[in-house]
Design a protein around this ligand. Structure first.
Ligand SMILES: Nc1ncnc2c1ncn2[C@@H]1O[C@H](COP(=O)(O)OP(=O)(O)OP(=O)(O)O)[C@@H](O)[C@H]1O
Ligand SMILES: [Mg+2]
Length: 299
């Protein structure tokens, strides 16, 4: 068992969520990784080619949809580009666990964060929101709450404004700021225009709590793409409004003590750690493939 696997066990101790592995498009030249890469190139996006089948549930949410341009959507967004691949299936495993944890079926606000920068939070948040919206059973909102390194709009090729910051500055109403997606029950709220130095001030305002409460009443699941925990304190500002956090850990990069520190910070802020997602597993050698194997689904 690798040391990161042990970290995951510790994080998830007694918790409902096991670690989920979500590898990436930057696969190393190994057999498993190559297989993933091949799936990547051959699969097509049903969002683009087929549209979303209309079901009773779809018409219930009856949301407006918009096409995302494949060439503008980041290749790591497997839930858009490679919906039938093994990595996307890992996200569906994460979805199943989140759904099973939420037995009362209460609306949930979930922060996606990591110990240090660039571990794959934004990629994870987008993929998770997309798979959560599949099937149209739940109303999903994806919010860019990382005002320092806003990434959602760029990764999806959608307008950067209006966004959360514009809502918090009372420039636009929350409902008017939500952008449609290719799925009728998924809405996206980019970061918007953040005045210099106003990051913490906007997120820490009472307005942020009110806006999140509004989202909670309108959506079943709200995913917040957050900054890293150990470098900025923003997670503590929105923490009280969240039901829990998912920590993204990039394999063989983030030292275990750093991850533990991040978990302690979350706990100190009364933010429940729902579980951890290992990112870019496919890049790090055969010792990590057991996560893929354990899913039993390589389609
Ligand atoms: N699983 C993955 N496979 C391939 N590339 C990935 C994967 N996850 C992330 N990346 C790439 O790594 C970069 C960083 O990812 P991302 O922006 O999701 O990280 P982050 O933790 O949100 O970073 P930040 O701390 O800056 O907000 C992006 O360019 C993204 O395309
Ligand atoms: Mg990010």
């Amino acid at each position: 068992m690798g040391s990161m696997t042990k970290v995951m066990r510790k994080i998830c101790q007694g918790g409902a969520l096991d670690g989920a592995a979500a590898g990436g498009a930057r696969a190393a030249p190994s057999s498993t990784a190559t297989a993933l890469a091949e799936q990547t190139s051959s699969a097509t996006s049903a969002f683009v080619e087929d549209g979303t089948p209309q079901t009773a549930a779809t018409s219930a949410v009856n949301g407006q949809t918009v096409r995302w341009r494949p060439q503008q959507v980041d290749q790591a967004i497997v839930a858009f580009h490679r919906r039938h691949g093994a990595i996307c299936e890992q996200y569906r495993g994460l979805r199943a666990r989140l759904l099973s944890m939420n037995l009362p079926q209460a609306a949930q606000v979930i922060a996606i964060t990591s110990a240090v920068p660039e571990e794959g939070k934004s990629v994870c948040a987008i993929n998770l929101a997309l798979v959560m919206a599949e099937g149209s059973e739940h109303r999903i909102l994806l919010v860019d709450a990382d005002f320092r390194r806003a990434a959602l709009a760029g990764m999806l090729g959608i307008p950067r404004t209006p966004g959360l910051a514009d809502v918090l500055r009372h420039e636009v109403q929350p409902a008017a700021a939500l952008q449609p997606s290719p799925l009728p029950n998924l809405k996206v709220l980019p970061a918007g225009k953040v005045p210099d130095g106003a990051h913490g001030e906007l997120l820490g305002s009472g307005g942020a709590a009110a806006v999140l409460a509004e989202f909670r009443s309108a959506f079943d699941y709200t995913f917040l793409d957050m900054p890293p925990i150990t470098t900025v304190s923003d997670v503590s500002l929105l923490g009280p409004q969240c039901d829990g956090a998912v920590i993204v850990i990039q394999m063989q990069r983030t030292p275990e003590p750093t991850v533990q520190q991040a978990v302690r910070t979350l706990q100190a802020n009364n933010i429940k750690v729902l579980g951890a997602v290992l990112s870019r597993c496919a890049e790090h050698g055969p010792g990590y493939y057991d996560y893929y194997d354990s899913s039993g689904d390589h389609d």
